[in-house]
Design a protein around this ligand. Structure first.
Ligand code: EPZ
Length: 419
């Protein structure tokens, strides 16, 4: 299995172009199920997750063509098998996004329940309760959701907790519903906003995009659009922002939507890091020292993203004092603490709040990735550590970062992928 070998303490300088967002392209690909038309998706990140979603769509009969220059074309006109197998769904939770479009289009779907992940169970009860409220009959048999609906009828649904996946799935279920569906406590993440905007450009009627209340008025069908370009990946961008702050140097993070990162920019400014915000870029300048300890808690958008929590934790290991992190999205998303402490960090978990003793001199070691974003934190730590670090199980990182070692090497990091 591939692993990274990193020699630390090389500051980062130059520019990095951010790829399309993993968490945007996956629901867009699933939404292509909804009409029997071709959908061209541009600015697709080169990730194993995009490939997994393509494989899943093809397993159901769709045609997916990866074009050159990061674009794909999904043609669902030949999709005739609304069945998502455990083999594919178990490798990527976002596969569950196909449930909504399949039930909306076919009135039937058999989709494997997703597995858990490194940091614990990831239920889908919000998805299933909402589908039932729309008139979908849900049975669970042998680890599969069997969903049938003679007719999908609009309803008012309140999500107990804001859920990105459940919001996307239910919006797609309600697209052709009879009547109006109102979703309260819905997700407003940019990736969900793009999904809803794309559906509206195809003729759907979704109001409240960007707020936590969405109203979907059912339509008969959707028309085709020429193409859709995936929004920039705010999590990749935030990872490079935090990496530059931690390792030191000056980096222009380009091709982004800066306001998607306001919570991260604000926290970095509180940590006394220099942040210059442009129209479609952010410049981070830091000498890698004088980081001010900064308490942070994760929240749904526009709050600080949980997907940057591990990376932020790593930065706080360098701060001049004690910081805390409260994880409000996944109470147990802390598997990276053990691995960071192997690099001489000093992080303790007390009642689901991480307490980080800063001012640490990180020292290289052998560590192991546990999930996509923990891997990113370990890479940043390795870039800051004295000596050599090896990071194993980097298939995690390949799920969510497009050519990260190339991008970091161009900025001056010493990172090599070894077989
Ligand atoms: C999406 O996952 C992202 N994945 C995650 O990014 C991200 O961490 C998460 O949203 C939160 O922002 C994709 O978009 C593909 P949720 P999702 O439903 O939709 C609970 C990454 O690294 N919940 O918003 O699965 C859930 O346990 C990944 O790119 C239920 O209890 O997350 C969590 O506590 C990791 N029941 C909270 O809600 C449900 O039915 C938010 O989860 C659904 C969710």
């Amino acid at each position: 299995m591939d692993y990274f070998e990193i020699n630390g303490r090389k500051s980062l300088h130059g520019e990095v172009k951010i790829s399309g967002a993993k968490n945007a392209v996956l629901p867009l690909m699933a939404a292509a199920i909804l009409n029997n038309k071709k959908l061209q998706i541009l600015n697709v990140p080169f990730l194993s997750d995009s490939a997994t979603m393509a494989k899943l769509l093809e397993s159901m009969g769709a045609k997916v063509h990866f074009d050159p220059n990061n674009s794909i074309t999904v043609d669902s006109s030949s999709l005739d098998n609304p069945f998502a197998s455990y083999d594919l769904v178990k490798t990527m939770r976002a596969s569950f996004y196909v449930l909504g479009p399949l039930i909306a289009k076919f009135g039937y779907a058999k989709v494997s329940l997703p597995g858990g992940c490194a940091w614990g169970p990831r239920p889908v009860d919000f998805h299933l309760e909402a589908l039932k409220a729309l008139g979908v009959d849900i049975k669970i048999e042998n680890g599969y959701v069997i969903a049938t609906a003679k007719k999908i009828t609009g309803n008012t649904i309140h999500f107990p907790k804001i859920s990105v996946g459940a919001t996307g799935n239910v919006v797609m279920t309600a697209i052709f519903a009879k009547g109006v569906t109102t979703l309260t406590n819905a997700a407003a993440e940019p990736e969900i906003q793009q999904l809803c905007n794309m559906l509206n450009s195809m003729g759907a009627k979704i109001d409240g995009i960007g707020s936590n209340t969405l109203t979907i008025t059912g339509v008969q069908s959707l028309n085709s659009i020429d193409s859709i370009s995936v929004i920039p990946d705010r999590i990749e961008a935030g990872t490079f922002m935090i990496a530059t702050a931690a390792v030191g140097g000056k980096v222009k993070i380009k091709n982004i939507i800066p306001e998607h990162l306001d919570s991260v920019s604000n926290c970095l400014k509180k940590a006394q890091v220099q942040v210059d915000i442009g129209a479609d870029f952010i410049i981070i300048e830091s000498d890698g020292s004088n980081i001010a300890p900064t308490d942070m808690e994760t929240n749904e958008y526009p709050g600080f993203p949980t997907d940057l929590q591990a990376q932020w934790m790593m930065l706080m290991c360098l701060a001049k004092g004690v910081s805390t992190i409260k994880e409000n999205i996944y109470y147990d998303r802390f598997t990276h603490i053990m691995e960071l402490n192997r690099l001489n960090c000093d992080i303790k978990l007390e009642n689901s709040i991480a307490r980080i003793q800063g001012n640490q001199n990180l020292v290289g070691a052998d560590v192991m990735s546990t999930d996509i974003r923990a891997s990113a934190a370990l890479i940043i730590a390795a870039l800051c550590a004295k000596g050599k670090t090896t990071i194993s199980r980097i298939y995690h990182i390949d799920r969510g970062y497009d050519k990260i070692e190339e991008k970091l090497s161009i900025l001056g990091a010493e990172i090599i992928r070894r077989k």
